[in-house]
Design a protein. Structure first.
Length: 88
């Protein structure tokens, strides 16, 4: 008889834990709704702002890439300009 009462208590304890888990899971979901909205806003800002900016930066980088090749030649160009000014 005691064993039956023990199993009966364990069964109702399990059922009550399952009900509490559902209640708390729903509560945590409801608490997290503002954070989900905030995440959606940040994701839309990323898509609407950062990706077009990335494309513009990529185009500018492709345009100015030949100038980067002239970077190591700057001392030589400066000397040539200096010689030009002295001779002039």
């Amino acid at each position: 008889m005691e064993l039956l009462a023990f199993f009966f208590l364990v069964f109702f304890l399990l059922i009550s834990f399952k009900v509490l888990a559902l209640v708390f899971k729903a509560g945590i979901f409801l608490i997290s709704i503002p954070f989900q909205i905030l995440a959606a806003v940040f994701a839309s800002l990323f898509v609407l702002f950062l990706i077009p900016v990335g494309f513009v930066v990529a185009v500018v980088a492709v345009i100015f890439a030949p100038l980067l090749i002239l970077g190591p030649l700057l001392p030589i160009l400066a000397l040539a300009g200096l010689i030009y000014l002295v001779v002039k």
